[in-house]
Design a protein around this ligand. Structure first.
Ligand SMILES: Cc1cc2nc3c(=O)[nH]c(=O)nc-3n(C[C@H](O)[C@H](O)[C@H](O)COP(=O)(O)O)c2cc1C
Length: 300
């Protein structure tokens, strides 16, 4: 009998497969394609204190082995989420991670305070947003800046706190250690890589903001390396993200040290991908005589 359960910050997941933020809406968008309750967990689209319309112009653009996106955190705001989206999610038997973004520390704090008294299971703090007050530099680039925001949010957060790291951090291992010291209960990595594309006919960048975020299979080997290095350097659980397209990719991340994995861009290619990966992990465990995820976690 195999056991695919994993525990992160005292929250039990029935399996280690979570739908990644921004690629799975609020779950109900996929409800007609698959039984949501089979997933280990769902991360909401990035939520900000107030509703956001998102960026103008092209938002998604295909590139070799991946996609570039510049959505601009379009979301209904925390109140809109609680009113319109949460009831569907809480009726599904799966772990809910609320992904929270913001442009100032005050915004993060107010957003987390509003989520404290809801049924969400965990907060995933997205520190890749530009810090408007400090001139646009993302919170997730400099370790000291990240440590400051995580410790302030920790001070008010009543839910388990997962901090989502950017691969654009100056030093991702140091960043991870600073977030652990600031009180994170776990880390998820990676978010998208800063990247760009040019339309050679208009001689202009494809995206209005010039830069966009790169995700998909092309980032997997780098994300895997980062998960491996961070897992070795911290004592809190790590969730691996980046270009996971099948169960073999997921198992690589687990062997590199991840407690669970998130699937992002893959959902756009195959809406069943999360279920296929769960089935694949179960088959692999049966064939290899592995009884629990723990047996293979961090074996590298
Ligand atoms: C269209 C799109 C929107 C995203 N929105 C968010 C978001 O709101 N918050 C966040 O933390 N990450 C967001 N991400 C990043 C993903 O959650 C994930 O970290 C990244 O895409 C890498 O995983 P993947 O290669 O499996 O896609 C988004 C990614 C995509 C492709």
């Amino acid at each position: 009998m195999i056991d695919t359960r994993v525990e992160i910050a005292q929250v039990e997941f029935k399996n280690p497969v979570i739908a990644a933020s921004g690629t799975f809406g609020f779950g109900k968008e996929y409800g007609e394609y698959l039984p949501i309750s089979k997933l280990g967990g769902i991360c909401t689209k990035g939520l900000t204190l107030n509703k956001r319309e998102g960026n103008k112009g092209i938002r998604i653009y295909e590139t070799t082995g991946g996609i570039l996106n510049s959505i601009g955190l379009q979301n209904p705001g925390i109140d809109g989420f609680i009113k319109e989206e949460l009831s569907f999610m809480e009726n599904e038997d799966t772990v809910i991670l609320a992904n929270v973004g913001g442009s100032t520390i005050e915004e993060y704090i107010k957003a987390v305070e509003k989520l404290n008294d809801t049924s969400i299971d965990m907060i995933e703090l997205n520190i890749s947003c530009p810090n408007v007050k400090e001139g646009g530099m993302a919170f997730g680039i400099k370790s000291e800046v990240a440590e400051g925001i995580v410790s302030k949010v920790r001070g008010v957060c009543k839910k388990p706190l997962i901090v989502k790291l950017s691969p654009n951090a100056e030093d991702i291992v140091h960043m991870a250690q600073c977030c652990e010291r600031a009180g994170a209960d776990g880390l998820s990595l990676v978010n998208t890589f800063s990247a760009m594309a040019i339309d050679i006919y208009s001689k202009k960048p494809v995206f209005n903001n010039i830069l966009a975020g790169l995700s998909g299979p092309c980032i997997k080997p780098i994300a895997l390396r980062m998960v491996y290095e961070v897992s070795k350097a911290v004592n809190i659980p790590v969730i691996g993200i980046g270009g996971i397209m099948d169960y073999k990719d997921a198992i690589e991340f687990i062997m590199a040290g991840a407690y669970a994995v998130q699937i992002g861009s893959g959902n756009f290619i195959n809406p069943h991908i999360c279920l296929d990966i769960i089935d694949g992990i179960e088959r692999f465990m049966e064939e290899e005589g592995i009884k629990s995820i723990e047996e293979i976690r961090g074996v590298i």
